[in-house]
Ligand binder design. Structure first.
Ligand SMILES: *Cc1c(COP(=O)(O)O)cnc(C)c1O
Length: 368
C-alpha cells in the first residue's frame, strides 16, 4: 500500500535499518555523540540559534511553547484543527487568549491580526501554523512576524511548522519559536517533537522556565550539553540523525525544497486539469487538498482497487476533502501513480472518461 497521507509519512528503509540497532543507554558518550550530530544538523534545518528534541508527539512542543513563551495573554490563529488546538491548550491551563477564527480554506488577514496586537498590550505571544494541515492553507507567517516585531518587539511569534519544516525554506529572521514533529516531512515514526528557538525566545525561557516535563529552561540547559532532562527517545534520535544525513546524501535541503515544490505544483495542476477544486485559497506545499462531494468514495476506491492511501478531512469536511502528501523524499512515480489512479477512479464513478490527462499534465509540469 502506497502511503501518501500528510502525516504519518512512510519511513525509508535506510532509516528503519538505522533504528534496528540494539538500544543504547542515553547517558553515554556514544549516545551524546549521536545527539550532538543530530543537534547541529537540526540547527541547519531550522536556521535558528537553538533546537530542542522532546520525547512527545508534535502537540507536546505546542504545549511547551504555550507554557514557556506566553506569560500573560495569547493570540491564536484558528483556520483549522491545529490552530484550534493552541486555543484548547491555553484553555486547559486557564491562560487568557483571543482567537482569530477563519474558514479552513482561508489564511489569516494580516491587518486584522496587527490591529489586535496594537490594541491589546497584554498579548505577549502569537500562535500560528505555517501550514494548517486541516485544509492545507499557508498562512503568511514570515510577513506577520516581520510586521508584528516592527510594532511590538516583545511579542513572541510561535510558528507551528510541523507540515512546513523540511518542506520549504522558512525565513526565521523574525520567528521566535518554530515547532516540528518526526512523522511528517522528516519521515520518521511519530514520537519526537522538535523545537527551534531564536535569541529572544531563549532569553525568555532562561528568564523563567514553566512546568515540569515540558520545562524548556531545564531542557535547554541539558540539551546544550548533548543530553536530555528525561530519558531521550534514543531510537528516534538515531533515526533523525540518519534521516538528516540521508537528505544531505540525496542532494541536500535546497534540492528537497525544490523537488517538493515541483511535485506540489504539478500535482495541483493535474488535479485542476481533471476538474477538481483545490480547497485552500493559499495552498501550502506540504499537500494537495481537494474539496469534492465524492472524496470519501474516491479514497475508498483508491485504497481497495489501486493500493493508494490518501487522507480525508476532519469535522465539517471529513467526507468531502481529500489530501495527498508531498512531504519528505517522495518519489515522482508515487505521486504520478496516485494521480493516475484518481483519474481511473473518476472513470469508474462515471464522472469523466479516462484519457491520461492527469499524468500528462503532471509530467509536463514537473519536468518543464
Ligand atoms: C501533525 C500536526 C501537529 C501535531 O500533531 P501530533 O499528533 O501531536 O504529532 C501539529 N500541527 C500541525 C500543523 C500538524 O500537521
Amino acid at each position: 500500500m502506497l502511503l501518501l497521507t500528510p502525516g504519518p509519512t512512510p519511513v525509508p528503509e535506510a532509516i528503519r535499518v538505522a533504528m534496528s540497532t540494539p538500544t543504547i543507554h542515553h547517558r553515554t558518550p556514544e549516545f551524546e555523540a549521536i545527539f550532538g550530530t543530530a543537534r547541529s544538523l537540526l540547527k541547519r534545518l531550522f536556521g535558528m540559534e537553538e533546537v530542542l528534541m522532546l520525547a512527545s508527539s508534535g502537540t507536546g512542543a505546542m504545549e511547551a511553547c504555550v507554557l514557556n513563551l506566553c506569560h500573560s495573554k495569547a493570540l491564536v490563529v484558528n483556520s483549522g484543527k491545529f490552530g484550534e488546538r493552541f486555543g484548547k491548550i491555553c484553555a486547559a491551563y486557564g491562560k487568557e487568549y483571543v482567537e482569530i477564527k477563519n474558514e479552513w480554506d482561508t489564511p489569516v488577514d494580516v491587518e486584522t491580526l496587527l490591529e489586535i496586537i496594537e490594541e491589546d498590550s497584554r498579548i505577549d505571544a502569537i500562535f500560528i501554523q505555517i501550514c494548517e494541515s486541516a485544509g492545507g492553507v499557508r498562512h503568511p507567517v514570515e510577513e506577520i512576524a516581520r510586521k508584528v516585531k516592527a510594532i511590538r518587539n516583545d511579542v513572541m511569534i510561535v510558528a507551528d511548522g510541523i507540515t512546513a519544516v523540511g518542506v520549504e525554506k522558512i525565513d526565521t529572521t523574525h520567528i521566535d519559536a518554530l515547532i516540528s514533529g518526526s512523522q511528517k516531512a522528516l519521515m520518521l515514526p511519530p514520537g519526537l517533537a522538535l523545537l527551534g528557538l531564536n535569541t529572544d525566545a531563549i532569553a525568555k525561557v532562561e528568564n523563567k522556565g514553566v512546568g515540569y516535563y515540558f520545562n524548556l529552561k531545564t531542557e535547554l540547559k541539558n540539551q546544550r550539553k548533548n543530553t536530555t532532562a528525561w530519558t531521550a527517545a534514543t531510537t528516534l534520535v538515531i533515526g533523525l540523525k540518519a534521516m538528516l544525513e540521508l537528505i544531505e546524501e540525496q542532494g541536500g535541503l535546497e534540492k528537497l525544497y525544490t523537488d517538493t515544490e515541483k511535485r506540489a505544483h504539478a500535482c495541483n495542476e493535474a488535479l485542476k486539469a481533471l476538474g477538481f477544486h483545490i480547497y485552500p485559497k493559499a495552498p501550502a506545499r506540504a499537500m494537495s487538498s481537494v474539496l469534492d462531494e465524492d472524496a470519501l468514495k474516491i479514497r475508498k476506491l483508491l485504497k481497495t482497487t489501486y493500493g493508494v492511501n490518501i487522507a480525508g478531512g476532519q469535522d465539517h469536511i471529513k467526507d468531502t476533502l481529500f489530501r495527498i502528501n508531498h512531504m519528505g523524499l517522495v518519489a515522482v512515480y508515487e505521486t504520478a501513480w496516485a494521480l493516475n489512479a484518481i483519474e481511473l477512479v473518476l472513470a469508474s464513478l462515471g464522472r469523466r472518461a479516462y484519457d491520461g490527462t492527469a499524468n500528462r499534465v503532471f509530467s509536463e509540469r514537473f519536468y518543464q
